[in-house]
Design a protein around this ligand. Structure first.
Ligand code: SF4
Length: 223
């Protein structure tokens, strides 16, 4: 499998926020930083140091590179947390030079607040699937830490979230391979979008019904 077949895990979050935002950033390679993304970047730099912190029975590793051949995704973890389950059990994480049996879970840091959609949870689930494939382990839960509200949310990696993640990944590859940027559909979320000045959604926006027609009946003239 060629490295060019692999897409960035964080692209899932952009795709689920807005497919046009994904295309502007990852296909057209345009990027515009606003207050929200600048804050997020600085907070990620703080956890992007590759350090390890240890206390008894618990370790944290940051900046771990991860990858899944199955999803054709790759990226970097904010933090991988490891809890010692049984020191006398056979080693299950020899890759990290650890003795005994350990439970692991990814932790993703977000600068804002919990969102009312699944985009952060899908990104986190994709990270967990990468780790499961790389380390031959099962991961049942993971965590999102929201800086603004200082809240750590546990995310259960159940079958529904895994199916949603796989489906979103398929759409991600389809969109990326098409090389096409979807037209804008102006909505409330545009106000917090880092790409608004490049996207120009108010000026270029099409109606939702027109958009559906372009997707499903491209031959027919617009109403
Ligand atoms: S401004 Fe709106 S339509 Fe444009 S990329 Fe952002 S969210 Fe999507």
């Amino acid at each position: 499998m060629d490295d060019d077949d692999f897409l960035t895990i964080s692209g899932l979050q952009h795709l689920l926020f807005c497919p046009r935002q994904y295309a502007l950033i990852y296909i057209e390679k345009q990027w515009q930083e606003n207050v929200l993304t600048a804050r997020g970047r600085i907070e990620h730099e703080r956890v992007d140091l590759g350090y390890k912190q240890c206390r008894k029975g618990n370790k944290q590793i940051s900046g771990l590179l991860i990858r899944s051949d199955r999803l054709r995704l790759q990226g970097k973890l904010d933090v991988l947390e490891l809890d010692l389950v049984d020191a006398a059990a056979p080693d299950n994480l020899k890759q990290f030079g650890l003795k005994g049996q350990w439970r692991i879970y990814p932790v993703e840091f977000k600068h804002g607040e919990p969102k009312n959609n699944n985009c952060d949870r899908v990104q986190l689930c994709a990270q967990a699937i990468c780790l499961e494939e790389m380390l031959s382990v099962t991961i049942e839960r993971a965590f999102l830490f929201y800086q603004r509200v200082k809240r750590r949310d546990e995310v259960h990696l159940d079958s529904a979230l895994r199916a949603e993640t796989i489906h979103a990944t398929e759409i991600l590859h389809e969109l990326h391979n098409s090389g096409k940027t979807p037209p804008p559909v102006y909505s409330a979320k545009c106000r917090s979008c880092s790409m608004i000045d490049i996207c120009l959604p108010k000026r270029l926006s099409i109606t939702s019904s027109h958009y559906r027609q372009m997707l499903f009946n491209p031959q027919e003239p617009a109403a």
